[in-house]
Write a protein that binds this ligand. Structure first.
Ligand SMILES: Nc1nc2c(ncn2[C@@H]2O[C@H](COP(=O)(O)OP(=O)(O)OP(=O)(O)O)[C@@H](O)[C@H]2O)c(=O)[nH]1
Ligand SMILES: [Mg+2]
Length: 199
């Protein structure tokens, strides 16, 4: 068989860059790790005493490590469509990374932590101000409040078209569901945009 012909018949998959953002300890690294089909790249460092008074660990006292640069993972959501996932660092002192990480991204997941819902405000603000489409995935912690999607949308003052859904970042199917909803949201926004204008 002519290998050049078989290569030509297989189109390259569409690669889409997605950010996974949210407050400190919201579950971003967990989310990327549970859904990635490759061994995720992580940049975890142990939270040391030097961060005391700098990092706000209230509500996540059990946390021993934190992401200092980014998480990276990959998932094929359907044939021909591959998502490259970039998890952001959660601590305020690593905000300077966000502009770099968001270069070329088509969409974002904002993970909301049910123990500290307000911590995802900065991520929501960031994506709204840059016009990057996002959805809010509410990561439910056992010791958090059981919010409904409507309560979260109200509390975060989201625009009516921003999807909100409940999830468990530790569960692969749940995380994959969040990503497929984001892809649907991006496609719907693209369909609504006037020709020649980005959504
Ligand atoms: N109960 C519960 N625990 C979770 C869930 N998601 C993450 N965790 C736990 O919460 C802890 C923090 O998760 P990470 O994934 O490190 O959070 P992160 O947002 O990447 O944290 P930073 O990078 O430090 O901002 C880990 O011990 C996880 O096992 C969840 O949905 N439910
Ligand atoms: Mg992390």
């Amino acid at each position: 068989m002519d290998s050049r012909r078989s290569e030509a018949a297989e189109p390259l998959p569409l690669a889409v860059k997605i950010l996974v953002a949210g407050g400190f300890g919201a579950g971003k690294t967990t989310f990327v790790g549970s859904v990635s089909e490759i061994r995720p790249l992580r940049t975890e460092e142990v939270l040391s005493e030097r961060g005391v008074g700098v990092d706000d660990t209230s509500g996540v006292a059990d946390k021993t490590t934190t992401t200092v640069a980014m998480d990276f993972g990959r998932i094929t959501v359907r044939s021909g469509l591959v998502l490259y996932l970039f998890g952001t660092p959660g601590q305020d002192r690593f905000w300077f990374m966000w502009d770099e990480l968001s270069q070329g991204a088509l969409g974002a997941i904002v993970l909301a932590d049910t123990r500290r819902l307000g911590d995802c405000f900065p991520a929501v603000d960031y994506f709204e101000s840059r016009g990057l489409p996002f959805l809010v995935a509410v990561n439910q912690f056992d010791d958090g409040y059981d919010y409904t999607e409507e309560e979260v949308a109200d509390a975060l003052d989201l625009s009516p078209q921003t999807p909100v859904l409940l999830c468990d970042a530790r569960d692969r199917d749940s995380a994959k569901h969040v990503l497929t909803d984001l892809v649907r949201h991006l496609i719907a926004l693209g369909d609504r945009a006037p020709a020649g204008h980005p959504a």
